[in-house]
Design a protein around this ligand. Structure first.
Ligand SMILES: [Zn+2]
Length: 251
């Protein structure tokens, strides 16, 4: 059976400070990338949305075009009927027949007018849709331009930091294994709460190195004794004395 070594509080704190220093290096790389990864993702979402919009408008235009074709077909039919009725009207035998044919002629003339009105309205609608389509296409082109620039920027940063980041990540996971489990849990929790990712901070100029809340002398001497893990009562960060903090050097 492997013997489990009991670490002193000082050793536990040193391991934790070591991890914090490594994690902070990773944080610095993340800061370098800044908002770029998020901006790229947002732009990609927007462009996807615009493409969907473009497709929807194109489908609508196709639908309206089909409608216009149907109406044109209907006009042709009505006109050929009109021709037929006009021919028939030359050979009417009585008033009743004449009136019946005239009624048919009127109806077909009305049908033609109605179809023409529908075609005009639909053509206006296509004009509006075409404008919206043009807008969507322009927006896509503009966003794609911005996206490409941002992607290039991000790729430059990534390629210049990738190797270093991988190396540090490996060192970080090794350092993580050396940290007391319970301490690690609170460390990760505190880290998440602060944008600068600092969970273990030194006491500097009688104040918490994280939030600058002043630490009374009594507490400072307790921190220096390394008998237990002390936290800042204002921000909750784990506090270590500056000597211990400085003694931990990254390889
Ligand atoms: Zn604090």
């Amino acid at each position: 059976m492997a013997t489990v070594k009991e670490y002193s509080v000082e050793e536990k704190l040193s391991s934790l400070v070591n991890l914090q220093k490594i994690d902070s290096k990773l944080d610095q790389i993340a800061v370098l990338k800044g908002e770029l990864p998020m901006e790229v993702a947002d732009l990609e979402d927007e462009i996807q949305g615009l493409h969907a919009r473009q497709m929807r408008i194109e489908e609508e235009i196709n639908g309206i075009t089909e409608f216009i074709d149907q109406k044109k077909e209907a006009i042709k039919e009505a006109q050929s009927l009109l021709k037929k009725y006009e021919k028939d009207s030359e050979n009417v035998k009585n008033n009743r027949e004449f009136e019946a044919i005239n009624k048919e002629i009127e109806m077909q003339q009305l049908e033609v007018k109605l179809c023409e009105k529908h075609i005009k309205d639909a053509t206006d609608e296509i004009g509006e849709k075409a404008e919206a389509l043009e807008k969507a296409k322009k927006a896509i082109a503009a966003k794609e331009g911005v996206l490409n620039t941002k992607k290039e920027e991000l790729e430059k940063i990534i390629s210049s930091t990738e190797k270093e980041e991988k190396q540090i990540s490996k060192i970080a996971s090794e350092a993580r294994e050396n940290v007391d489990e319970r301490l690690l849990t609170s460390y990760e929790k505190i880290r998440k709460n602060y944008r600068n990712g600092l969970a273990v901070v030194p006491v500097e100029r009688d104040a918490c190195g994280g939030c600058f809340y002043s630490i009374p002398p009594q507490k400072q001497s307790e921190i220096k004794q390394h008998k237990k893990v002390m936290v800042c009562e204002n921000c909750g960060r784990i506090l270590v004395d500056s000597d211990l903090h400085e003694s931990v050097k990254l390889k």
